[in-house]
Ligand binder design. Sequence first.
Ligand code: HEC
Length: 741
Amino acid sequence: MRIPAWQIITSTTLVAGMMVFSVSRANHPAQAAEVKNAAPYTTWSDYLGSADSAQYSALKQINKTNVSQLQQVWFYPAGENANRFGFNPLVVGNTMIVMGRQNSVVALNATTGKELWMHDNHNSRLVTHRGINYWESKDHSDRRLLTTVDNHLIALDFATGKVIETFGDHGSVDLREGLGRDPKTISQIRSGTPGRVFENLLILGSATGEAYDSPPGDLRAYDVVTGKLVWQFHTVPHPGEMGYDTWPKDAWKYIGGVNAWGEITLDAKRGIVYFPLGSPTYDFYGADRHGANLFSDCLLALDARTGKYLWHFQTTHHDLWDYDLEAAPKLMTITKDGKKIDVIAEPGKNNFLWVLDRATGKPVWPVEERPVPKSDMPGEQSWPTQPFPTHVPPFGKQMFSADDVNPYIVDPKEREEIRQKVLHARNQGLYTPPSLENTLETPGNNGGANWGSGSIDPVTNTLYVVSKNAPSMLKLASRSSREMMTGDPETLGKIVYIQNCQMCHTATLEGQPPSIPSLVDIVGRVGADRVRSIVHEGSSPMPAFPDLPPRDLSHLIAFLQNPAKANVPPDVIAALDQPKQIVKDPEGRTRYWTGYGYMNSSTGMAAIGPPWSTITAYDMNKGTIKWQIPLGGVTELEARGITGTGSFWPRGGGVVTAGGLILIGTRSDSKLHAYDKDTGKLIWETVLPAGPQGIPAVYEIGGREYVALAAQSVAEPGQKTIKPTGPETTGYYVFALPKKP
Ligand code: HEC
């Protein structure tokens, strides 16, 4: 009998009968005093609307017939420098909480947008930027917001925004502690996504980074009043814990990741919390982690009160593709063969939709293990099979062939270059393992479903998945050490740049707008500290470089400040491909790595043809696709008369309403769209002055329904640098129907 991978730090009572299931559709957001007695799905007091992550609103004042009359009722500016945006506004009573200027937490009057208070986070980039957690005591006297700043968990007074000093150590809890690694070596741990509040607990995941030497993604629950750790679950199991035998014996000491950086879903009625978990370090090479690697890429169910293991389902074994799970798992009650079944559905980055029985974690429709191509990397032992659903169809492409090259790339020479690259790459479809040669990954590691991707209609049992069609080109190389190199800082910095940044931001630093920003004069524009923190911490989809030594980082900054001064001799550039100094892991194995390999043309167009993003509606009683549509478009192409392409890489997702709508914003056409939830037909859309990101909030106050969403000023396609001029456009746009006269 193995001991499960959990640990109770303070004793809590296990509720008897927890495993007695009832057929339930909704887990009400049971928080705010004002909303305590509200009907299900009529408030937005939890991230994604409700703790069960439904992204559904039962409000129907705004409906198919009148949505075209929507008007902007207020705008709240959040500062043009907001680099990471897409905050899902939280609404409690008449108060809206958003992320404001310099990543502050701001309370607004939800009907007027008037500022009530602001909590200054001093422009820290290490904040939870996609949403926030709200908690109140049973008697409503104690009301708090819980969020993270600089890798610390803090509690704010909901009424004033002031730090609650009695929480943790003088108002904060250091999240780098207790992970079995030296906290000083942990550059990032807080997740950009908020956790889930359950009773008096805050359940948290983390964003550990996925480079070599990142910390592990232990799941943790904290007491919301005291800040004390209540339970901790080791996602990379320690000796004696369940799943330990799916790793080398010391892996728990050096492997990181396997974290819930995405969205967490709570089944409040059953007291169960579900985590979509990420891949282990290092994303694309696993010679130091032979085995299936539980609980990486698992949907994991834990007892929300104790952290006790209930079940898991692994969607990719021994991940070599960065096929993290991060979209919120969706809870539904379907009718299959005349029987009601409580299910949990999880869309993945690999374009599969996993539908499991919520009680057991077993697939509702068949899933079979199929042989997949074997890796030929030195020391690698790729897993021989991967799970494939045989009934539920995938929601996107799993192969990029030479015929699929984007026909809208204007230069025929460039189109042909991409075609040749695709033709000559290793390309055996899904699960082609990365190698020393160009290897196509379809869907790519920035493709498929991601945070915010799912929304449900509990009335019709439809699940809507937003997904991105974005292949990657991977090529592993041994890591070289630059420690031995000498030269002036700009030259050394250029070498760092060539090895880490150039594949995306290009040799001229101009980037690939609109998806990859220009770094021309970036230090002048945003400051060295900000560049440092972006590099250290990443800025999704840009990967983090937490293990880039400070010396390299200083050289990099020097180079970015003065690129003209760098003088890298051609033979050094040539030698970068054949490094003498190879970085080894503690066992003496070479550390291989690759860029994330986003495939774009020189003008920032996708290498693959449209649709670049879609909404897929699944009939969950049958496990089949009802319809699929391209989601939005691209301004630059629409100007050329090319529509229906789908937007470039949407970040976030939509909300389904009882008014019959899917409300969703997309960045590359700066639009808020309203689709018919039954047919996928576009009913109405409007152009915003900025590009929407994240997930809208749908709420009602005083009998009026509102839709709020975040949008960020974006570079126009083809524009090399972002230089905002004129009025501020980054912020929160709030819509409602005109007031009846
Ligand atoms: C895999 C592609 C990729 C790589 C590699 C990459 N970046 Fe980025 N970078 C991006 C993307 C995409 C963004 C935009 C992120 C966003 O919108 O938040 C970005 C944003 C940035 C920004 C913010 C720009 C702004 O206008 O605020 C900086 C600074 C930056 N990157 C620096 C670097 C440096 C330095 C490196 C190398 C150490 C690097 N990046 C490597 C893709 C990449």
